[in-house]
Design a protein around this ligand. Structure first.
Ligand code: PMT
Length: 441
């Protein structure tokens, strides 16, 4: 799960609620996005503020909060996740879930969801063993809910037996296993429709901005900038193609040019998704950055990020990978160096430019060491892009890894050569050119 998953964590009321906070940390550590719902009883043990601080998002508590409903309705909240995790799942929450009772935010979300649910029960041993709870457990399992724990041990109330909530790492393992098993969406019968995703785009944007703590300048650009309302996809950096678990094939791209373009596009008000290979520079602010390693991962991430209005392919994708990378470190031996058979990687730019989901504007780069414009012209045609930004990457130019770049814009209209500029200036000029192409005529 290179990208991480979106997890909605419902924290019920019980002494184990404090482990819910550790669970948020554990999910975050593993690269997942967490949104938190805290029940009224849960709020007796931990505060909404601690949940919000750890998730970096609003903590949802109230079914009838006008603010929450305006920002993200409870139905949308119930669907805008890959998995719902209930931890601690108290006897009360389990009973509501098993009987379809929806009288607060948590139970309403659980009834309205079309996503898989994982529950981590926590309660007193007698409550756990009570026939009513065991009936509810059987019913919920029958309904497709999966469970982790409870563990046995000494309880906060002093009794001993099953009822302790599983440890956060075990819950996170179970959640990842559930996500890996796939099928996270529970289908509706034919003739029904629950497409609410498009229902509240403004609300989604608002909540995302709130979570990301967007400064007024960016918020203003998102409304009034030349790329306001446009979705912008960009690849950047190199790819790593594994030879064995410790070695890889790669190139000298630093990600500076691609990241600068992502930054400039966000400043111009676009909603930017950056798919980055392994680089040593920070993620640009106010940009959704997806980290990948190999060309095939990059292609998958790009496809997942579509549709987009604009796509710029600045990544230096390895053209080849080792056909079969070794599971263990390859050892030196008397037989001499290993023969590495190579396989061709997918061409991400060409694949997207020729796909049904082709963005309206597709821009590629060409990294050349000779006949820069001639090769760029050939790439424009072969890859099906609208524009190629050609640059000379001969070692003497310092383009790879450096802070400056000299580019030539090659399109069907001809060639436009820019002087040597900083990579930031190249990015700003390119983004301006893109915005001009989208200006109403
Ligand atoms: O990262 P920096 O250090 O700042 O350096 C910037 C840069 C030199 C990497 C950048 O300006 C640049 O030229 N990026 C493209 C590098 C490259 O791979 O060029 P190419 O000529 O091999 O590929 C042509 C185009 O096809 C590129 O848009 C590339 O992203 C794309 N491609 C290539 C191979 C492949 N398998 N999939 C692709 O999408």
């Amino acid at each position: 799960m290179a990208n991480g998953a979106r997890i909605l964590l419902i924290i019920g009321g019980g002494i184990a609620a404090y482990k819910g906070l550790e669970l948020i940390r554990e999910f975050k550590k593993r690269g997942h996005d967490v949104r938190g719902v805290l029940t009224t009883a849960g709020a007796q043990f931990i505060t909404p503020l601690s949940v919000a601080s750890l998730t970096g998002d609003v903590c949802y508590t109230d079914l009838f909060s006008l603010t929450d409903e305006a920002e993200m309705g409870h139905i949308e909240l119930s669907r805008d996740a890959d998995l719902i995790v209930v931890a601690p799942a108290t006897a009360d929450l389990m009973a509501k879930m098993a009987n379809g009772i929806a009288n607060d935010l948590a139970s309403t979300v659980l009834l309205a969801t079309d996503k898989r649910v994982l529950a981590a029960p926590a309660m007193n041993v007698r409550m756990w063993l009570h026939p009513a709870t065991q009936r509810n457990l059987a019913q919920l399992k029958n309904d497709g809910v999966t469970f982790v724990g409870p563990d046995s041990g000494e309880m906060a109330c002093g009794e001993y037996g099953p009822g302790r909530m599983a440890e956060p790492a075990a819950i996170a393992d179970a959640a990842e296993a559930r996500l890996k098993a796939g099928g996270t969406v529970i289908p509706l019968p034919p003739g029904t429709d629950s497409r609410i995703d498009k229902a509240r785009p403004a609300a989604k944007a608002q909540i995302a901005a709130k979570a990301a703590d967007v400064p007024p300048r960016i918020a203003h650009a998102a409304k009034n900038g030349p790329l306001a309302g446009k979705s912008f996809l960009i690849t950047s950096g190199p790819t790593h193609e594994p030879i064995d678990p410790v070695r890889y094939i790669s190139n000298r791209s630093s990600g500076k040019q691609g990241h600068a373009i992502a930054r400039a596009a966000a400043e111009a008000g676009a909603k930017v998704t950056l798919i980055s290979g392994p680089v040593n520079i920070p993620d640009p602010p106010h940009v959704e950055t997806v980290h990948v390693e190999s060309a095939r991962e990059m292609l998958a991430a790009v496809e997942k990020a579509l549709p987009a209005d604009i796509a710029v392919f600045a990544a230096a994708v390895a053209d080849w990978r080792v056909a079969t990378s070794a599971k263990d470190k390859i050892k030196k031996g008397p037989g001499g160096p290993p023969a590495l058979a190579l396989a061709e990687n997918p061409d991400i730019l060409a694949t997207i430019a020729k796909s049904r989901k082709r963005p309206r504007l597709v821009i590629g780069f060409a990294a050349e060491t000779e006949k820069v414009i001639e090769h760029a012209r050939a790439k424009l045609k072969k890859k099906g892009s609208d524009l190629i930004v050609a640059n000379d990457v001969s070692p003497a130019t310092g383009t790879f890894g450096g802070d400056a770049n000299t580019v030539h814009l090659v399109s069907a209209d001809g060639v436009e050569s820019w002087p040597a500029l900083s990579k930031d200036e190249v990015a700003q000029r390119l983004v301006k050119k893109i915005a001009d192409a989208f200006k109403p005529r």
